[in-house]
Design a protein around this ligand. Sequence first.
Ligand code: F3S
Ligand code: F3S
Length: 112
Amino acid sequence: PYVIAEPCIDVMDRSCMEECPVDCIYEGDRKLYINPMECIDCGNCEPACPVQAISQDRRVPPELKDFVADNKRFFTESLPGRDEPIGLPGGAAGHGPVGADTELVAGYDPRG
Ligand code: F3S
Ligand code: F3S
């Protein structure tokens, strides 16, 4: 699948959401996340991002590799303040903004 990495944090341009044919890009609090169980690898989202935050998982630069597992974690583990993992909601429009982030993103200091 494709993944969203560090450059999206606190930018959240959201142009990517409009390009996704399966609506699998979900909104956290500081960043967006691609659901790896729903992404069909079409690649439409990648050129839409003005800060080049999106790439295919195997092309994520080594220093940003943590974000590959972290995109998945957003859907498979319970986020702070939620009892259940998000799982497979079947579309970001129907689900709406999640309002929470993974630990990696919630505590991320872009200058640190
Ligand atoms: Fe983020 Fe880029 Fe989408 S900044 S919201 S990945 S267009
Ligand atoms: Fe959607 Fe991008 Fe995957 S447009 S299907 S998240 S490659």
